[in-house]
Ligand binder design. Sequence first.
Ligand code: AMP
Length: 192
Amino acid sequence: MTNLVLFGPPGAGKGTQASILKDKYELIHISTGDVFRYNIKNQTELGLSAKSYIDKGQLVPDEVTINMLNAEVEKNEGANGFIFDGFPRTEAQAEALSTYLESKGTEVHAMIALEVEDEILVERLLERGKTSGRPDDADEAVIRNRINVYYNETAILKNYYQKQDKYYGVDGVGSIEEITARLSEVIDELMK
Ligand code: AMP
């Protein structure tokens, strides 16, 4: 199995790249943001409890998110591996993921981060907001809050995976194809 965490601030291009890479490497793509949005659209209990956090650009509580992630992994037994997009976002989530994958006899093999400057992120997200229909992309204050939450709560995970020698940084500015090529270089090396 190959389990990858695609990492980076909101607007770094994780979703775009994950949907290309999942086909290229035959991995299951799990985006916690997409799962939350699906649940909000379908007005499930999970969706209702997550919506108020998401609309403000805050993180959904760990327990809710971790249980949801485990259930998504569980649905895909027999997979070649996973691309986790938007998860983990806290150390508690990283620990939970590690414990869960260990119980399945596997692990996170790498965290690959897309590195993009803040002002480019804000521009990209405002542009995406014109068509994404996401309330959290429509308001610049919420966008800036999401980026702050990333630096205050999530960015520490770089350290967490660096300590395990599993962190790879990739320049996230360029064409979609260029960035896919940079990510593929790292993944090809891991899969050798
Ligand atoms: P994303 O689609 O990854 O930008 O996520 C959109 C929103 O969903 C985030 O701003 C959070 O409110 C919530 N969310 C997604 N993934 C997580 C996570 N791993 N932990 C907590 N909240 C999350």
